[in-house]
Design a protein around this ligand. Structure first.
Ligand SMILES: [Zn+2]
Ligand SMILES: [Zn+2]
Length: 307
């Protein structure tokens, strides 16, 4: 199974439209961009994990003939507003051969998604229910949603555990999507091969209004779940201040609560501005925390072979 990181950015994409902050400026200079959440699993079934508003551009030029399923993690626009663009899959198939794409979300998430995309149901998308703790019905791949807490604006939020049974072994990938906590422990989350971990910021902010996870707090989950092959921080934003940046007063910039210190220098790890710096700081933190699992900061378009 292969995984393509179609969109690794936060809700508004980075660099943000018109934003003069130093992170956005640096990314523009380097030609870097993080678009909104979408991840593609290519195996015996082609499965889209979330379908953000940039899906048209993310899939352009990729030879994906058909989608066997779409899994929506929650009812925020950056995770499902691309659904209408999947019409392109239907338009290329003769009418009599078309089968709607099985699309999974929780009951609460469907309440919101239906309001926007009710007209797509049963023609483009076949609505199916994701019930936390229960295997998704109708797929060959074993997929289990697990309940996450992502604040009152997303009561329908879940993450997904994707399992593949190979001869003599089970392979496992966990996609947390947006969350701040888990309402209850889920034993199936333990020891995945791969973990896609929401890392909206590097450090916990003083106030966590959007109920997102920072990489700093995500370390707790890494230590508890003990992923084996790789951790991929995703849903990366630029909503943190850089020293001396006049744009620090912008609404989206949230001050850091207490920065993690590098034991080698005794100073806080520097806030990253670009792909290379994110990778460098994440690697240093994992090393200092004694985590042996590799941390790989993905960029848009990165394709990895899972198993
Ligand atoms: Zn999001
Ligand atoms: Zn969200």
């Amino acid at each position: 199974m292969d995984l393509v990181f179609l969109g690794t950015g936060a809700a508004w994409g980075v660099p943000e439209m018109g934003c003069p902050c130093r992170i956005c400026e640096r990314m523009r200079t380097l030609g870097e961009e993080r678009t909104r959440s979408s991840y593609l699993l290519l195996g015996k079934e082609n499965i889209l994990l979330d379908c953000g508003p940039d899906i048209r551009r993310q899939l352009a030029g990729r030879p994906v003939e058909k989608l066997d399923a779409v899994l929506i993690s929650h009812e925020h626009a950056d995770h499902f507003f691309g659904l209408d663009d999947l019409l392109a899959f239907r338009r290329r198939v003769p009418r009599e051969k078309w089968r709607p794409i099985p699309t999974y979300a929780t009951k609460a998430a469907w309440t919101t998604i239906r309001k926007t995309f009710g007209y797509l149901l049963d023609s483009l998308l076949e609505p199916r229910l994701a019930v936390p703790g229960e295997r998704l019905e109708g797929l060959q791949t074993d997929i289990y949603p697990f309940k996450t807490f992502h604040g009152e604006t997303a009561p329908g939020s879940v993450g997904y555990i994707v399992e593949d049974n190979l001869p003599g072994e089970t392979r496992k990938l966990v996609y947390t999507s947006d969350f701040i906590d888990l309402p209850k422990e889920e034993p199936r989350l333990k020891q995945p091969d791969y973990l896609l971990l929401q890392s909206h910021w590097l450090y916990e902010p003083v106030v966590n209004r959007p109920h997102h996870l920072s990489l700093e707090r995500g370390l707790e989950f890494v230590k508890f779940w003990r992923p084996q092959k790789a951790v991929y921080p995703v849903h990366i934003s630029e909503a943190y201040p850089l020293d001396g940046d006049p744009a620090n007063d912008a609404m989206k910039k949230i001050a850091v609560k207490k920065a993690l210190k590098d034991p080698e220098t005794g100073l806080p790890y520097p806030q990253p501005t670009c792909q290379e710096e994110w990778q460098a700081v994440a690697s240093r933190i994992f090393k200092a925390e004694g985590l042996e699992v590799p941390v790989i900061v993905p960029y848009d378009g990165l394709k990895v072979h899972l198993w």
